[in-house]
Design a protein around this ligand. Structure first.
Ligand code: 5GP
Ligand code: ZN
Length: 114
């Protein structure tokens, strides 16, 4: 996707602070961190949001979550805990239309929506 910010980040056309990469997944620090640890974990394949995923993407979604557990360990937050958030669509506040999971950690996050 030519005009997609996260596709450009994955290709290195827009700079990012990379924390993890494998064949399927790219992860980098959020530019406006909402917690001491705030990493965006994205598939290298462009999928605009969860609504656009298909059964063919089930392996990929698993790969993303395996990557999240590796990143949490790598950053030393696996024991204390972390929150994983996906915003899908307008009401959820999605601003970048390339599927991404927020990994938040490093502070107590008491407020729960669900
Ligand atoms: P959303 O609101 O779509 O769930 O999350 C998009 C996230 O992307 C936001 O937390 C925002 O701070 C982050 N973001 C937007 N533009 C950039 C950028 O150019 N670089 C990085 N690293 N993060 C960005
Ligand atoms: Zn994209």
């Amino acid at each position: 996707m030519e005009d997609c910010l996260f596709c450009k980040i994955i290709k290195g056309e827009v700079p990012s602070n990379k924390v993890y990469e494998d064949d399927y997944v790219y992860a980098f620090k959020d530019i406006e961190p909402a917690a001491p640890v705030h990493v965006l974990v994205v598939p290298k394949k462009h999928i605009s949001c969860l609504n656009e995923m298909t059964e063919d993407d089930e392996l990929l979604i698993g790969k993303i979550h395996t990557a999240i557990t590796k990143i949490a360990k790598q950053l030393g937050v696996d024991e204390k805990g972390y929150r994983v958030i996906n915003n899908c669509g307008k009401d959820a506040g999605q601003t970048v239309m390339h599927l991404h999971f927020h990994l938040l950690a490093g502070m107590e996050m008491g407020e729960k929506i669900v």
